[in-house]
Design a protein around this ligand. Structure first.
Ligand code: 5GP
Ligand code: MN
Length: 337
């Protein structure tokens, strides 16, 4: 991070601080926001978190989650937060348009100090201070780095540590990908704080409802289509499926990853019909970049092995477009993983 001393000086006296993250916040968005919130609060800053939309209820247990503003339901409060902030921290996303109305409120405040902490590919240049590293496992890992850079590593206690470890666990799929020696050193430091990682793991990954298990079953049987020629699998969910299973925020979290459990398969897609658009969740194994597909064809982005995008076409046309895109990656996809 450049000009870190300048930012340190700014943070030396209490400030009004807004912490924002992306729509459909995941474990990394929540973990990084809450870790930073607790850290800044220790320094007597008046910090508040706002997300564009609600977070999945499985994260209700996270300390401080109950104070998070949801722009979808609390637009006035959220916009007021941005309007009155001295500093805005943008976590786990790389461009203001990604956070809808919240992003518009931030863009309208040209003079406000903006800090970006993120690990997604190709960030916009809207921030005054950037801690940006695409080799980082998660934004949580970077929040650990940020607190350390501020000279406050000693302030990372088990409460902040649990938040950080949550995002690390969710964004690495429990250390399956984006790992590094540095990450394991950080996790060792967190373990030294006395964090019970097994319990944390159970809270995050072994907390499905029976309804969610039903949805998973449906996705893996009825809604799944394998395209053997391109070693690709996709799950397609219609609006009727959403209605029938009463699918809510977070209910489909992680389902796309099941496709990649199949030997040889290289690319996985969850294509779901929402109100007014179709959402694509893309995953890959190995060197194949789904970020390339998301960026080039579906107005999205993300990481090499985990990206997302959307389409304004009908569900059927979107599915066909996805299938039509695969042959252009023939050489890479015909080779199984
Ligand atoms: P998910 O499939 O879990 O929604 O998202 C996977 C990754 O892709 C996340 O890192 C997320 O930030 C990114 N992503 C998902 N949807 C979009 C999108 O519409 N645009 C961009 N730029 N990134 C996305
Ligand atoms: Mn992340």
């Amino acid at each position: 991070m450049e000009n870190i001393d300048q930012l340190k000086e700014l943070l030396a006296t209490p400030k009004k601080i807004a912490i924002v993250s992306h729509r459909n916040p995941d474990g990394d968005a929540l973990g990084s926001s809450l870790a930073l919130f607790h850290y800044l609060s220790r320094h007597r800053h008046d910090a508040t978190i706002a997300f564009p939309s609600a977070y999945p209820t499985i994260f209700n247990w996270m300390p401080g989650a109950e104070y998070i503003l949801n722009h979808d339901l609390q637009a006035k409060k959220s916009d007021k937060l941005i309007a009155e902030a001295d500093i805005v921290f943008c976590l786990d996303f790389n461009a203001l348009y990604r956070i809808d109305k919240l992003g518009e409120s931030i863009a309208a405040r040209e003079e406000v100090t903006k800090v970006l902490i993120d690990h997604h590919l190709e960030p916009d240049t809207f921030a005054d201070y950037m801690l940006w590293d695409t080799t980082a496992s998660s934004t949580c890992e970077l929040v650990f780095d940020f607190i350390s850079l501020m000279g406050d590593k000693a302030l990372i206690d088990d409460l902040i540590g649990e938040c950080i470890l949550t995002g690390i666990l969710t964004d690495t799929g429990s250390f399956q990908y984006s790992t590094s020696a540095k990450l394991f050193r950080i996790v060792a430091d967190l373990k030294d704080l006395g964090i019970d990682d097994t319990e944390l793991h159970n809270k995050i990954f072994n907390s499905l409802t029976i309804k969610q298990l039903d949805i998973l079953g449906f996705c893996l049987t009825t809604a799944l289509e394998i395209i053997p020629k391109y070693n690709t699998g996709m799950i397609v969910l219609t609006r009727e499926d959403y209605k029938h299973f009463r699918i809510q925020r977070g209910d489909t979290e992680g389902i796309v990853n099941y496709i990649l459990k199949v030997r040889r398969l290289k690319v996985a897609a969850l294509i779901s019909e929402r109100d007014g658009f179709v959402k694509l969740s893309l995953r890959s194994k190995g060197d194949f970049s789904v970020q390339e597909i998301a960026t080039t064809h579906f107005g999205g982005g993300g990481h090499k092995n985990a990206s997302g995008g959307f389409s304004k076409m009908s569900l059927r046309d979107t599915v066909n477009k996805f299938k039509d895109v695969l042959p252009s990656y023939k050489a890479q996809l015909e080779e199984p993983y």
